[in-house]
Design a protein around this ligand. Structure first.
Ligand code: ZN
Length: 550
């Protein structure tokens, strides 16, 4: 049937290989090699490729172009050596040719290169060009991750999980089927070194190949996504706008605290911009100076940031505006005097940092070579039903832990469920569910796995607990550790290391108002005496956790 249909590529089927390769190389880009399969079924749309730009793309790392000629209205780029076999030097005539009709051919007369076509070259230097494929287990990726764990684990064992969470966020761009941007904000007290592992991700300036996938932004304001600066014209504005530059990249912001500072109204305005941007559908804004401007296209990206702990007020503004931001508690125990003194013996850690940075860099280069943006399908990573349920439970916990609890609801918690229902409005958990699932899948990808594992769910648990109001997360987590999910108020004080009875009491009320736990009252005082996790959240006691957090 197929052969009977007039073939619009028929002209290219004519044998063109009569001349030696050094003259006009075989035009083989869009058709089968004449002696290979000969069925014409595997054409590729190479006409959409501008060869000159394709060769110039730094990511393709092609051999140097020695000369450019224009045979028959086309363009021929002679390469210094063959990209497949570097020993095939100029005497083999390695070249790429784009004919006037756009068809691209590869030529090299070196041994083993006769059947090689442009598509084979794309497979070599441009993985992912054929469109998204299923994730396959990758021993190369697993080995690279093992190396990162070895190097970083030797110097900074308490940074490994936080680093791997960052790498998962970066890897999220590799998925073609991710519905929205992911943003993960590391939270730690001042001096905890939260920015250390984040700085290992950064490129060495704008010419570094890593800058194609990692975008460093140190001074971020909400207005910088789409600028309205009055002193710039339209073209200049396009150049300063942050949003279009982020597409398919990971933005790294080492200090986000200024974004979360200020009065509630300012914060609400800022967070509403972030919320739009984090929808991944572009952003349009209006100003007196420039009127309506912005980007209506889909702009998907990842975002890693760092900040000091956020107030409940900030969290409640963010929860009201939408669940686009996830958090990662990256604090560590304070060093005691002996540990501080021991630092002298260890000496300056510049060399250790450099080693970690190099290991992370090697990993990122492999990640982008193996899984360029949009090259794999996250949904192909095997997720069992119990794993999905665990992620769903964490999504539900996360949304409740950061929901605002008005005083009235806390006061009647445990007594009047209807009144609480009227007061408490947790966000819907679907979006958080998808984001947590995406992070779990990205975590699998960076470990070279094609299935979710306990470690990925451990990261999910840590993100869920980090994204809630801190005191609530700590008490909820303590309840997960107690037999039957039950603990008295003094036990909770001991388990959470909270000195304040008042804090634990109010958190017990809040958890009840949020539907995460119930409590019994002390008869004399009417104060919560004993808290018990409410089903189905009791199931999370058996859910995988990060080793460092348990
Ligand atoms: Zn060759």
């Amino acid at each position: 049937m197929k052969s009977a249909v007039p073939d619009d590529h028929a002209a290219e089927e004519a044998p063109l290989h009569t001349q030696p390769a050094t003259a006009v190389p075989p035009v083989d880009g869009e058709r089968p090699a004449p002696n290979a399969n000969g069925n014409g079924a595997d054409r590729e749309p190479s006409t959409v490729v501008n060869l000159k730009e394709w060769i110039a793309a730094p990511a393709h790392k092609l051999p140097q172009v020695l000369s450019v000629e224009n045979p028959d209205g086309g363009e021929k780029f002679t390469l210094a050596h063959c990209p497949f076999v570097p020993e095939h030097d100029g005497s083999c005539g390695p070249a790429l040719v784009q004919t006037a009709d756009g068809t691209i051919a590869f030529a090299c007369s070196g041994p083993g290169c006769d059947g090689k076509r442009f598509r084979d070259l794309r497979d070599l230097v441009e993985p992912g060009w054929r469109g998204p494929v299923e994730v396959k287990a990758s021993p190369e990726m697993a080995a690279a991750m093992a190396e990162v764990e070895r190097v970083v684990g030797a110097h900074y064992p308490d940074r490994v999980d936080a680093l791997k969470a960052s790498l998962a966020v970066v890897a999220h761009n590799s998925f073609a089927d991710h519905p929205q941007p992911i943003s993960l904000v590391k939270i730690a007290r001042a001096g905890a070194g939260k920015t250390m592992e984040v700085s290992w991700l950064l490129p060495d300036g704008p010419n570094d190949v890593l800058s194609e996938s990692i975008y460093r932004v140190d001074n971020l304001t909400a207005a910088s996504f789409v600028s309205h600066r009055a002193d710039l014209d339209a073209q200049q504005l396009r150049n300063v706008d942050l949003l279009p530059q982020l597409k398919n990249k990971t933005m790294v912001t080492k200090e986000m605290a200024p974004l979360f500072a200020g009065k509630r109204e300012q914060l609400t305005e800022r967070v509403s911009i972030l919320t739009s941007v984090l929808d991944g559908r572009g952003y349009i804004s209006n100003s007196g100076a420039h009127g309506r401007r912005g980007y209506e296209e889909d702009i998907n990206f990842s975002w890693i940031g760092c900040t000091t702990p956020l107030s409940a007020d900030v969290l409640s503004v963010m929860a009201q505006l939408g669940p686009r931001m996830l958090f990662y508690f990256a604090d560590r125990r304070r060093k005691d005097v002996d540990q501080l003194a021991a630092m002298i013996a260890k000496g300056d850690d510049t060399a250790a940092q450099r080693e970690c940075r190099e290991a992370v860099r090697d990993f990122l280069l492999l990640l982008h070579r193996a899984y360029p943006a949009g090259s794999v399908l996250g949904a192909s990573i095997v997720t069992t039903e119990p794993q999905s349920r665990t992620i769903a439970l964490w999504a539900e916990v996360l949304t409740r832990l950061r929901t605002e609890v008005p005083e009235l609801a806390a006061a009647v918690a445990g007594l009047d469920t209807a009144a609480i229902g009227a007061e408490i409005k947790p966000e819907h958990a679907e979006r958080v569910f998808w984001m947590l699932l995406d992070i779990a899948r990205s975590s699998a990808l960076i470990h070279g796995r094609d299935t979710l594992a306990e470690y990925d769910l451990g990261q999910v648990s840590h993100i869920a607990l980090s994204s809630g109001v801190f005191a609530r997360s700590v008490v909820f987590e303590a309840l997960l550790r107690t037999p039957g999910g039950t603990a008295t108020r003094p036990e909770l004080q001991r388990l959470t290391e909270y000195a304040s009875k008042g804090t634990v009491l109010s958190v017990m009320r809040e958890l009840a108002a949020l539907g995460l736990a119930d409590f019994t009252e002390e008869e004399a005082s009417n104060q919560p005496a004993m808290a018990t996790l409410r089903p189905p959240f009791t199931e999370l006691a058996a859910a995988p956790r990060l080793k460092a957090q348990t």
